[in-house]
Design a protein around this ligand. Sequence first.
Ligand code: SF4
Length: 301
Amino acid sequence: MTDAERREALDAIAREVAVCTGCRLHEGRTRAVPGEGSADTEVVFVGEGPGFNEDRQGRPFVGRAGDLLVRLLGTLGWRREDVFITNVVKCRPPDNRDPEPDEIVACAPFLRRQLAILDPALVVTLGRHSMGRFMPGARIGQVHGTYRPADPALGAADALVYAMYHPAAALRSAEVERQSYEDAAGIPAALLAARERRAGRDADAPGAPAAIEMARAADPAGAAPQPAESESRRPEPAVGSLPPSEPVAPAPHVVNPPLAASPAVSADPPPVPAVSPSVSPAGPADPSAQLTLFGGSSQTP
Ligand code: SF4
């Protein structure tokens, strides 16, 4: 799928969401909030549902919680346009109540289709309802800052899921805010793990070793041929960040020029403490917290 096709597919979902009456939440919405961000990103953030400001503007995470999310991204040198941001339900629950299980189920096909189109390496859940979708039975207090493989049935075919608190919870608790900055510092390590995992899958794919050998034989320099630029999307793994012995499979898509490291967005974020991994840790904070994120920056809708 080309970048343009991916964008058009996301726009088509946004148009469906705008007129959806699939659950009771459509009755009270001002505007549906399908999600927005890069159609060519490696990382998708999934929150719970739109709040007051999101409902007014039709955009996710635009209130104070959104400001904090932007600050968290800024600590990584990323902008919100560099990732894709959406929610498990696309319409605002009344009085900002939690989404009901049947509402989450009703809206799930939209999220599943978005993830199938984006094919992210990393899905970051924000809050327990989003976490519950991808880590059933887990408790946010135990799994925040950790990752595990995503269930492909939920849309992301080959991704890791990384759990974080919802930024709104961090606004209510200094301790949760502190832990949110810790967890954000673990995102680069989780993304690197996801890239390595995907690279390993590509190397294990039937025919891949033979294809690599053929490409090397045909190219004295040993460089594998690249697909057409029109299909460009994902990078080779960040080779410089991987162990030297890590096999690098030919990328399924042509490498996009990596985004230049973005200037930090945040104003005076709290210092990022060292990560103290717990259950299935993302590992220590990546020494280069400014891990380059591959992908474009455009908005939907
Ligand atoms: S929350 Fe989802 S399923 Fe419910 S009306 Fe909105 S778009 Fe449709």
